[in-house]
Design a protein around this ligand. Structure first.
Ligand SMILES: [Zn+2]
Ligand SMILES: [Zn+2]
Length: 365
């Protein structure tokens, strides 16, 4: 095996360490709660049963959503976003970025693309050789383009994106419920052990630690959980919260926001009965997203209504100025986020050049 191959295998193996750590903590918490607390410490049968039932409910939901977040493969751009053979050869031969952009633009006319690079160019991933759909980013940890990429999460050793964002939110929700329930039900026994109302036993060690660990996880998850709920309400990914998506008329951090309830439905689906279950119910295909802008483009024979978003025919292409594509590799968000992306800070597209009129529609809810 080539040394780089071995290195890659080692990296892949090491990446599982945080997941294994969480799994071990969860296994220990199960043993400590069920055996040491419920079976060996609590004497009242009624209390035992209630605790065990609620505990197992939250445990199952937590493990289920964690599992789905880890093992749901990130969604990648479909074949339509690859350059056709002749254009690809032409693109590779071509040295000048301007001409390369012309090739990309020609291909992009048949694609539902509304976002551009900061310089106004078509977003293209040289590594995957694919035109990036809106909200798609290249993850350097996964080495692939991921649809509606949110961030690469080491705690699940997976990319959080279109295919598993709902699972990720539910994972945060149920881990919070799990930790809160443990902390709340353990508290009185924690106090009793602390004040020596209960006899010294090895259950004491487990119960004390159970409370500390649950409380610690609660605090750390809570901030992440509220942040992601806020993002869902605004229909932004973590990457978009750090850097607003750039539309033809410039960056717009609310570009994909359709109003609170529609934003929720984008991630959780229309049917409320599935909201709390880790089954896939997110709307759309991850390749195109409705935007809140209505653009009337003089270059287009008909008005192009983006609000319908998902119809692939509605594509806006214009003869606006495009600067050379400048893709700087950018590990912008530290440990948890790896996204290589167009990041020459944002030269706002001059809308008067293409004389596009843009009307913002106020969200209805
Ligand atoms: Zn890529
Ligand atoms: Zn990733």
């Amino acid at each position: 095996m080539a040394p780089t191959h071995v290195l890659r295998c080692c990296q892949r193996g090491l990446a599982w360490i945080p997941v294994i750590f969480i799994a071990l903590v969860v296994c220990w918490s199960y043993y400590a709660y069920v055996v040491e607390l419920c079976l060996l410490t609590i004497s009242s049968t009624g209390e035992k049963i209630v605790y065990l039932v609620v505990f197992h409910l939250s445990f199952v939901m937590f493990v289920w959503s964690y599992w789905k977040t880890i093992f749901t493969k990130p969604a990648n751009p479909s074949k339509e976003f690859c350059l056709p053979k002749s254009e690809k050869e032409q693109y590779e031969k071509e040295q000048r970025p301007e001409t390369q952009q012309e090739i990309l633009k020609k291909v992009a006319t048949s694609l539902p693309l509304y976002t551009r690079t900061g310089a106004g160019a078509i977003r293209y991933c040289d590594r995957c050789q694919v035109i990036k759909p809106d909200r798609c980013h290249h993850c350097s940890a996964c080495d692939m383009c991921v649809l509606k990429m949110d961030h690469h999460c080491p705690w699940v050793n997976n990319c959080v994106g279109f295919s598993n964002y709902k699972f990720f939110i539910l994972f945060l929700t149920y881990s919070l419920v799990y930790c809160l329930f443990i902390a709340a039900s353990v508290l009185q026994y924690f106090i009793k052990f602390w004040t020596s109302d209960l006899p010294e036993s090895h259950a004491k060690f487990h119960v004390l630690f159970l409370f500390f660990v649950a409380a610690m996880f609660c605090i750390s998850i809570l901030s992440l959980f509220t942040y992601h709920l806020w993002l869902v309400g605004k229909n932004r990914s973590t990457i978009e919260a750090f850097r607003a998506p750039v539309f033809r008329n410039g960056p717009d951090k609310n570009g994909f926001s359709l109003g609170f309830s529609k934003n929720i439905a984008q991630v959780f689906g229309d049917e409320k009965k599935y909201w709390l279950l880790p089954v896939f119910t997110s709307q759309g295909d991850g390749l195109s997203f409705p935007t809140r802008l209505v653009t009337i483009d003089p270059e287009q024979p008909t008005e192009c209504l983006q609000l319908g978003g998902l119809d692939k025919g509605a594509v806006e292409v214009s003869a606006e100025q495009t600067s050379p594509l400048s893709e700087s590799q950018n590990r912008l968000l530290g440990n948890d986020y790896h996204s290589e992306e167009d990041h020459k800070e944002t030269e706002v597209l001059k809308s008067d050049e293409s004389e596009a009129i843009t009307i913002s529609i106020e969200s209805e809810s």
